[in-house]
Design a protein around this ligand. Structure first.
Ligand code: APR
Length: 179
């Protein structure tokens, strides 16, 4: 599995699935969530509403992930995940690690072999880029150590960062980390 770290706009990625740093309501918001919904068009919100009704009537919990079609985005799927909100006292980094791991478990379920992530939690939810990068690294280390073979189909995990400092934090976290 290739791990790539790029600076860019996740809504422009030509890839199987992009991950949305959403909130539990799955009804959109600001940041990357707002950018994804704006680029995907209103059908993404319709898909999210259906997801709420069918699977997550009380909202998507922090650390969980769920997929919808991607509307007008160049990606095929959007995997929605909810980071822990530090400002609400959700300070357990294991929940952030779970966002990355569960998103990749969902990717495997929907046959998405190339997946792009933003820096989940690194904006409104108040996490430092370095902490997010470490959480991502922990998740990928867990996946590399998984002996069940369920992640063998994954071909690429692409981290798409919106600023240089966050990109540098990810490069540092993944330096020398051959999987
Ligand atoms: N492409 C890639 N990354 C982006 C983009 C984009 N188009 N836009 C923003 N980002 C980056 C931010 O710079 C930040 O590094 O995504 C990272 C995550 O920041 P947020 O989008 O604020 O997500 P998060 O911190 O998880 O907060 C989620 O914010 O937007 C609301 O509805 C969302 O309530 C939820 C909360």
């Amino acid at each position: 599995m290739d791990i790539t770290i790029v600076e860019g706009d996740i809504t422009e990625q030509q890839i199987d699935a992009i991950v949305d740093a959403a909130n539990s309501s799955l009804t959109g918001g600001g940041g990357v969530d707002g950018a994804i919904h704006a680029a995907a068009g209103p059908e993404l919100l319709s898909h999210c509403r259906a997801l709420r009704e069918e699977a997550w009537p009380d909202g998507l919990p922090p650390g969980e992930a769920a997929a919808t079609p991607a509307g007008r985005l160049p990606a095929t799927h959007v995997i929605h995940t909810v980071g822990p909100n530090r400002h609400a006292g959700e300070t357990d980094p294991a929940v952030l690690t779970s966002c990355f791991r569960r998103s990749l478990e969902v990717a495997v379920e929907i046959d998405a072999v190339r997946v792009a992530f933003p820096a989940i939690g690194a904006g409104v939810y108040g996490w430092a880029g370095a902490d997010v990068a470490e959480a991502a690294r922990s998740a990928l280390d867990e996946i590399a150590a998984d002996t069940t073979g369920r992640f063998d189909a994954l071909e690429e995990v692409r981290f798409v960062l919106f600023d240089g400092a966050t990109a540098e934090a990810f490069r540092t976290a993944f330096a020398g980390g051959a999987r």
